[in-house]
Design a protein around this ligand. Structure first.
Ligand code: NAD
Length: 498
């Protein structure tokens, strides 16, 4: 039994609140360990520690700071297998997918090695007589991140790397469901040379999140999770004067045009809909074939593929996807399938009864596929976050784009077509933050920014890319005037700063 406490002042510490909860292993439903749930007093101690360490870190020259990130990248390569194993065991995704989770995090760390460049300010020589104006970016101080269960390596790294590269101290409150990888990440950063206190991990639930939201020394919060909590964090965090960015839920559509290559489309759809058991904020959960003929051709190829999806334990390298994260998540997702049937959608593939032999207590279900879903149904409107794909048949292209535009969520969207004009029109008019053209999961690469629109995001800067350096720094602008004095005449010695 593993006992996860917190990570404060460069080391693991036990929780003192007396509150804890089980950390499960979804592939067999066993209890892997426990995680301490911090009290506001424990958070306060972590903030004090971070606050004391931050000024010296901020004063460290930026190239030295990012050398810690370089070393961290090296250490992760050394421990990749161990990290992927912990991640798969606590989350439930397959080991191969866990490796991808880590890798997409590392790519942002790589980009943050450019922080010294990204933090440079601007300069205007001679903005007036004897007047120069320049700006500089300075760290905020102590900042915090609150992250979801579904990418326990990637999302913490998207926040930690830019925050510390810019000279802040960072408090991470990861998901209480899979705390193992975030704690290892903190240990690896210390091993890479990060001073103690610059990255603290405080485990917990709503109690500690509320303490973060109200803490006067935490200057900014980056959140990723479900939309209702994102909205709550944004409202309460901004009300206490913090800089807050919150990324919420999704309902990502894939529009399939009549001219799309159906084999390629189905290959893309099956991975994007069911990979990681559909527990990705960029998963495709709605397929929108345009025209009945397109829909029929899609279903003809899609149904056998969904029926033959291979569900297996996280350690099975041949599995397409593993179990859901918790027993409650499994019940919730199955409940949505029941709702869809009651609402009159046609359940073409029913994975509710799936049992994994030898792993009867794991949280498994097979892939489910609905046809004839309509925009008024709850299974269309709400995020299911499981291996359930809904097909909404759109008579025309305009109906398809309207569906995506009218949906409350606006995280990701994709169009599959061979027609460049349709693709251009779609990319320009669709009201969604991240768009794929023949790319089913258009998570932007690390040097672009990641963020949805509408109810998928609150706040005005995205994650990673150039926005991350803006979010984790504040701009100071200096206007300086040096009235001209009496000059000494010609000088033949090379000018110096002495
Ligand atoms: P969640 O909202 O339940 O939890 C996210 C974080 O908030 C966790 O750290 C959790 O401890 C905390 N939290 C939960 N309930 C809280 C409450 N009542 N008060 C204060 N804090 C609370 O989300 P989850 O189930 O861990 O993750 C899945 C969700 O995250 C999905 O909706 C998914 O779409 C979304 N997600 C979004 C993105 C994105 O970039 N837009 C990326 C990944 C996941």
């Amino acid at each position: 039994m593993i006992e996860y406490g917190h990570f404060i002042d460069g080391k693991r510490v036990a929780g003192t609140s007396g509150r804890k909860q089980d950390v499960m292993q979804p592939m067999d439903g066993s209890v892997r360990g426990t995680v301490a749930l911090a009290s506001p007093a424990e958070l306060r101690a972590a903030v004090e520690n971070a606050k004391a360490a931050q000024p010296k870190w901020a004063a460290t020259n930026p190239q030295r700071r990012v050398r810690v990130l370089m070393k961290f990248l090296e250490l992760v390569q050394r421990d990749y297998d161990e990290l992927a194993d912990i991640l798969a065991r606590e989350h439930g995704k397959t080991i191969a997918d866990a490796r991808g989770d880590i890798q997409r995090g590392l790519e942002v760390v790589e980009v943050c090695i450019g922080a010294p460049h990204m933090m440079k300010g601007e300069f205007t020589d001679g903005a007036g007589p004897g007047i120069d104006v320049y700006s500089m970016r300075q760290p905020l101080g102590v900042v915090a991140g609150i992250t979801p269960f579904n990418f326990p390596a990637m999302i913490p790294l998207w926040k930690i790397a830019p925050a510390i590269a810019c000279g802040n101290a960072f408090i991470l409150k990861p998901s209480e469901r899979d705390p193992g990888v975030p704690i290892r990440i903190a240990e690896l950063f210390i091993e890479a040379g990060l001073p103690a206190g610059i990255l603290n991990v405080v485990n917990g639930d709503k109690e500690v999140v509320d303490a973060i939201l109200d803490d006067p020394d935490i200057k900014a919060i980056g959140f990723v999770g479900s939309t209702p909590i994102a909205h709550y964090i944004y409202s309460r965090g901004t009300a206490s004067g913090k800089r807050v960015q919150c990324f919420g839920g999704a309902k990502n559509h894939m529009i399939i045009m009549p001219d799309a290559d159906m084999d390629q489309t189905v290959d893309a759809l099956i991975g994007a809909g069911y990979g990681s058991a559909g527990e990705r904020c960029m998963a495709i959960s709605v397929a929108v074939p345009v025209g009945n003929d397109t829909a029929n051709r899609l279903m003809e190829k899609l149904v056998p593929r969904v029926e033959s999806l291979k569900v297996g334990p996280s350690t099975d390298s041949s599995a397409d996807f593993g179990p859901l994260v918790t027993a409650q998540a499994l019940e919730r997702v199955k409940g949505y399938v029941d709702i869809g049937v009651k609402e009159g959608a046609k359940l073409v593939v029913d994975g509710r009864g799936f049992k994994m032999q030898g792993y009867e207590n794991g949280y498994y279900m097979g892939g489910c596929l609905f046809d004839n879903v309509t925009a008024d149904m709850r299974i269309y409107k709400e995020e299911i976050f499981g291996p359930v794909l809904s097909v909404v048949r759109a008579p025309r292209y305009e109906d398809a784009i309207k569906l995506a535009n009218d949906h409350e969520m606006g995280n990701g969207v994709a169009i599959f077509t061979r027609d460049g004009d349709a693709a251009r029109d779609f990319a320009s008019r669709v009201q969604v933050g991240m768009v794929g053209v023949n790319v089913p999961i258009p998570v932007p690469i690390a040097y672009y920014t990641f963020g949805g629109w509408k109810a998928s995001s609150f706040g005005d800067l995205n994650q990673h890319g150039p926005d991350a350096f803006r979010f984790y720094t504040k701009t100071k602008t200096v206007t300086s005037r040096w009235p001209s004095g009496i000059k000494d005449g010609a000088e033949f010695v090379i000018p110096t700063m002495n």
